[in-house]
Design a protein around this ligand. Structure first.
Ligand SMILES: [Zn+2]
Length: 95
C-alpha cells in the first residue's frame, strides 16, 4: 500500500501525467497529487459519486455475505471473499 502511494506521487492521480520539476501540484486529501485544478475537481466529483455508490454497495455486500455463510458451498464462499477484499483495497486507496 505504501509504495503504491509513493509511486503515484510523481504523476497526476487522475490523468497520470508525470510531473516535471517545478510543475504545480494540486494536493487532495493529503495523498493524491493533481496536475491542475481541473483534474482535482474531477476527482472530487468522482469521489462524491463513489461515496454514494460505496454506501449502497456496502449494504449489498453484507447481505450477500450473510447468504454465503448460510450456503454449504465452500467454493462459492472463497471466490466471494476474494472479490470483497480486492474491491475494499481499491476503495481504501481512492480515499
Ligand atoms: Zn491531470
Amino acid at each position: 500500500m505504501d509504495h503504491l502511494q509513493q509511486h503515484f506521487l510523481d504523476r497526476c492521480f487522475l490523468c497520470k501525467k508525470a510531473f516535471a520539476a517545478g510543475d504545480d501540484m494540486y494536493m487532495y486529501r493529503g495523498d493524491a497529487p493533481f496536475c491542475s485544478e481541473g483534474c482535482r475537481k474531477e476527482q472530487m466529483d468522482t469521489d462524491a459519486a463513489e461515496e454514494r455508490m460505496r454506501n449502497k454497495q456496502r449494504k449489498k455486500k453484507m447481505m450477500r455475505r450473510r447468504m454465503m455463510m448460510m450456503s454449504a458451498s465452500t467454493e462459492e464462499e472463497k471466490s466471494s471473499n476474494s472479490s470483497i477484499f480486492s474491491s475494499d483495497e481499491k476503495l481504501v486507496f481512492v480515499s
